[in-house]
Design a protein around this ligand. Structure first.
Ligand code: 26M
Length: 822
């Protein structure tokens, strides 16, 4: 571990022990003989919090004392996972705490697993936000994350007869030791109603919004401990409550019972996280969520700013706001409203400020994922904001577009923030590009596609606004904390500073050929696989061997991510094994984890398909256990932490041009798994770092995909021209995998043939199977595989989220670092 003297807090084992015991007694009112693991965990958190709060206070003092520029990261999602282990490592007291708890008769792993995951996010975008706030605190940058304090995070997934069912997630049921309620910073949020034009005493026209409803936003702060403990920032999450005036006023027409209904409506806003891919059409509540937290967050920023300034001339020097996708872009018209309607600034002044403050990160090119809101719905919820958007659009089209393309109505229509269809829609991504000084993509290739495919005309207009910041992951959670064995090996090999300077691991490349080092590296992998095998047995009842290749695909279930292509490979191997039981292949375990959006029928069918195919294969004695298939239920951050250290092969097989970046790909490579993947997202940059000979690349390029689609792709050609492919697809029509339910898997085949195979699974099938054969060959040569795995682990330092944050700081945020505690 990093040397104790690098950390500001030194706490010995005795002190920690006493602190835990004291909290057990005086905070939780129990005693050693009665306390269960939950109580011990909470008492441990309280002991940790004594240090965390000290850091929080110091950081606050430092940052507010120097009145510095800060980044405000607005995101509807923060996929934090568990915090206990992370906070212990980041404070440098993990070993101290572990030993102290051992002496108290407690096992730290057991206690840590009492903590429910904080699953306030869907996947990549939400986890990225969590890695970023870790890195911001680690690097000592003044920063605050703003989001929603959902009562229920992403649903819990169970399987019933192979089908996904959704259950509510209740992460705060027994209280959360990390959050602090801040009633002194409550904000009020207006909604609905109408706008009136009034003339002031000076004859000046002004707009007055008469809201139909007021909601309170109550902030909950989660401390974000940077690695090294020098900075503790906060994540501020807003919870919605009924306004007390509307709530209980005796003159309120409905009285007591109606007031209860009103209370329930208000509380519904922060009740639940929307799963993605859920069709948003008409989802008024989702728009309300977006506005609710943007409105609270901006008032919070303005209040803090106004404590020190009496005009807005320094606002843009002090504040930069990063929009995590289009979800919070409503913040742009909201800042305009607060500055113009409430603070009395002129439109031009307010717009100049606004344009210097906001920056927008795009996370997807998929057309169906680009947010648009029906103008009628928008006007109903946010009548004043629609007016403001019209004004922004009007000025943009008249002053900017018309200057560049005079008398070109088609160009105006193309670039308009309002899509003139039936119904008319507000294009939130366009609002983002127009209202922000920078728009960035999340991997080199994705950022190029943003310029060339998504916003080509905006790019022509403002080339300087477009930039790239390649994603990253925090090596603290995704190596140091989740893979202690490999971490210890790296400590020995390159010293203890790699968790903050991951490029130090490059030195390990020199050992990639060393048989002794290879042995130790692969022994660690083997132990991690044995650990995961136990988890697999517990969760699925399936026994798997750690000698087999652990071939893992973990990510949200979506057609573009092509879990069904992986399934086609499994079927191919299974069929070959049935035809020749002596077929010489390396044993493999295919391991999946994925949640499907509850309304995404085909995604759920694919889960069912993989489960059923797995059942049949796992029970088939003819193939002598050469392949096994398991789908682990309820994939989430804490499960990823157990799976990633055990991966041999990382499946990153999206259709080229569709995965903006991917971040699981980075986590696997860092932990010594080899990637099988397409030239997509960050895979391209991983290949650059590890070298073409240490990665299995297959499939069409993004250019080839788009020309194929333009030329008229016909998936049937592949079906009829490849008898093996035809046979395995036809298998899906039978009842081979679903006894008594013939055709239960037919929808997957149908989507690939009648459905036109929009993500080109069949076009990439042959190339994928070849690449998998190359994997099989490589794995036979133990030394070769070990070398490749070591090189992967040692070569991906670029994907440290500290580097991503430094890129944001240099190109967009322009912050200075101020570690609070030296
Ligand atoms: C949509 C409708 C309703 C509710 C939620 C959504 C929604 C939520 C999240 C839609 C998309 C969402 O996220 C997209 C996302 O996670 N994108 C991923 O971002 C990662 C971080 O940049 C990238 O690594 C992934 O490639 C990209 O898919």
């Amino acid at each position: 571990s990093t040397a104790a003297e690098d950390f500001p807090f030194y706490l010995d084992k005795e002190a920690f022990k006493q602190s835990v015991q004291r909290h057990l007694h005086t905070t939780y009112g129990t005693v050693e003989s009665k306390a269960n693991s939950l109580a011990w965990w909470k008492a441990t958190c309280s002991a940790i919090n004594e240090l965390v709060f000290e850091g929080l206070t110091e950081t606050h003092k430092k940052h507010s004392g120097i009145d510095t520029r800060a980044v405000h990261y607005l995101s509807l999602e923060f996929l934090m996972g568990r915090l206990t282990r992370n906070n212990l490592y980041n404070l440098g007291i993990f070993e101290t705490a572990r030993d102290a708890l051992t002496e108290l008769g407690q096992d730290i792993d057991t206690l840590c697993s009492e903590e429910p995951d904080m699953a306030l996010g869907n996947g990549g975008l939400g986890r990225l936000a969590a890695c970023f706030i870790d890195s911001l605190a680690t690097l000592g940058y003044p920063a605050i994350g703003y989001g929603i304090h959902y009562e229920h995070g992403l649903f819990r997934q169970e399987f019933r007869d192979g089908h996904q069912i959704e259950r509510p997630d209740s992460w705060r049921d027994y209280g959360n030791p990390w959050e602090i309620c801040r009633p002194e910073s409550i904000q009020k949020v207006p909604l609905y109603g109408y706008v009136e034009t009034e003339f002031g005493p000076n004859g000046k026209m002004r707009k007055v919004w008469h809201p139909g409803e007021m909601i309170r936003g109550v902030p909950w702060d989660i401390p974000v401990v940077g690695f090294g403990g020098h900075t503790v920032n906060i994540l501020r999450l807003w919870e919605s409550r009924a306004d007390d005036y509307f709530d209980w006023d005796v003159f309120n027409a409905g009285g007591y019972v109606d007031a209860q209904a009103e209370k329930a409506r208000a509380e519904a806003i922060s009740k639940v996280l929307y799963p993605n891919d859920e069709t948003l059409a008409g989802k008024e509540l989702r728009l309300t969520q977006q506005y609710f937290f943007c409105c609270c967050s901006l008032q919070d920023m303005l209040r803090r700013y106004k404590r020190r300034h009496d005009d807005f001339s320094h606002f843009a020097e002090q504040i930069v706001i990063q929009l995590n996708d289009t979800h919070p872009t409503i913040a742009i018209p909201e800042l305009m409203r607060q500055l113009v309607d409430l603070e009395g600034l002129k439109w031009e002044e307010a717009w100049a400020i606004s344009q210097q403050v906001f920056a927008y990160t795009n996370h997807t090119l998929l057309p169906e994922a680009l947010e648009k809101w029906d103008v009628v719905l928008f006007e109903h919820v946010l009548p004043r904001h629609l007016e403001i958007i019209y004004e922004i659009n009007h000025r943009f089209l008249d002053e900017v577009v018309a200057k560049k393309w005079p008398n070109d109505d088609q160009m105006k229509q193309r670039l308009s923030i309002i899509e003139e269809g039936n119904p008319r829609m507000v294009r939130m991504a366009y609002l983002g590009v127009v209202g922000c000084f920078k728009t960035n993509g999340v991997a080199y290739m994705h950022s190029e596609l943003i310029k060339k495919e998504l916003f080509p005309y905006f790019y022509e207009l403002w080339p300087e606004r477009f930039t790239n910041v390649t994603n990253g992951i925090t090596p603290r959670r995704w190596l140091k904390a989740c893979n202690p064995r490999l971490s210890a090996l790296f400590d020995e090999a390159v010293g203890t500073h790699w968790p903050t300077d991951l490029t130090l691991l490059r030195q390990v490349v020199a050992k990639a050929d060393d048989p002794k080092f290879q042995k130790r590296f692969m022994a660690i992998k083997h132990q991690n696989k044995q650990d995961l095998a136990k988890v697999i047995l517990q969760l699925t009842g399936v026994e798997v061997s750690a000698e087999a290749i652990f071939d893992i695909q973990i990510k949200r279930l979506h057609e573009y991510k092509r879990q069904h292509l992986n399934m086609l490979h499994i079927l191919t191997l299974y069929r070959r094994l049935l035809q020749d039981p002596d077929l010489d292949i390396q044993p493999r375990v295919f391991i999946f984890g994925a949640k499907a959006a509850p309304g995404y029928k085909l995604a759920k069918d694919i889960i069912f398909g993989i489960n059923k195919i797995g059942e049949r294969i796992n029970a088939d004695e003819r193939i002598k256990g050469k392949i096994k298939v398991v789908f682990l239920p309820n994939y989430r951050v804490s499960l990823a932490e157990q799976m990633i250290p055990a991966g041999d092969l990382s499946e990153q097989i999206s259709t080229a041009g569709k995965e903006a970046s991917g971040t699981g790909n980075m986590k696997f490579a860092l932990n010594g798994a080899l990637t099988i993947g397409t030239m997509d997202g960050a895979n391209v940059e991983i290949r650059e770092e590890v070298g073409d000979e240490n990665i299995f690349i297959f499939g069409l390029s993004a250019d080839e995909v788009s020309s194929k689609l333009k030329a008229g792709y016909n998936s049937r050609d592949y079906y009829y021209n490849n008898p093996e492919l035809k046979a395995i697809l036809d298998w899906l029509d039978s009842d081979y995998f679903t006894p008594n339910q013939p055709g239960a898997l037919a929808s997957i085949k149908r989507s690939l043939l009648d459905g036109g195979d929009p993500f080109l699974c069949l076009a990439d099938y042959e190339s994928y199977i070849c690449a998998q054969q190359a994997v099989d060959q490589a794995y036979r040569d133990k030394a070769r595989w070990a070398k490749m795995a070591i090189i992967n682990s040692a070569s991906v330092g670029k994907f440290n989220s500290d580097r991503s944050i430094q890129d944001y700081v240099d190109t967009i945020w322009k912050l200075k670092s101020y570690p609070a505690i030296e």
